[in-house]
Design a protein around this ligand. Structure first.
Ligand code: ZN
Length: 141
């Protein structure tokens, strides 16, 4: 049986603030301002800036820049609204530039720094996932 390695996290490259979970990656094939970028369904410990309309390669979008809640480094943007039907799936999701985040396994380099990945939303999500697993087991028993 495989050893439980803990959740894989992405942190701000500058201050190691935890900003997203590996499980929340929707796509790794996005283009950011500085090269490759990942699309995430959730992000945490970030500040969402004011909304503005931008013409991107895939059409007009309303986006908001996102920055690290700890060190205020700009990390990417949030898609608030997409106007093309084919781009609607991006609404409410987050772009994090690959060059601005670092991947780490928890527990890892951050142990002892006094921070934890258990924010309320992440905890709630894990509980929902656990609940659905137990529900499936229960049905099969
Ligand atoms: Zn930071």
């Amino acid at each position: 049986m495989a050893e439980f390695a803990g959740p894989q996290l992405y942190s701000c490259y500058n201050c190691r603030n935890h900003v997203s979970l590996h499980d929340d990656i929707v796509s790794k094939a996005f283009q950011g301002r500085n090269g490759r970028a990942f699309l995430f369904s959730h992000a945490m410990n970030i500040i969402v800036g004011p909304k503005e309309d931008r013409h991107l390669m895939t059409g007009l979008h309303t986006v908001a820049d996102i920055s690290c809640a700890d060190c205020h480094e700009m990390l990417g943007w949030k898609y608030e609204r997409a106007y093309e039907a084919s781009q609607k799936y991006k609404e409410g999701k987050f772009i994090l530039e690959k060059s601005k985040i670092v991947k780490e396994n928890y527990p890892g380099a951050r142990v002892g720094h006094g921070k934890t990945w258990f924010n309320r939303d992440a905890l709630l999500e894990s509980m929902v996932k656990l609940y659905s697993i137990f529900r499936i087991i229960y049905i099969y028993i």
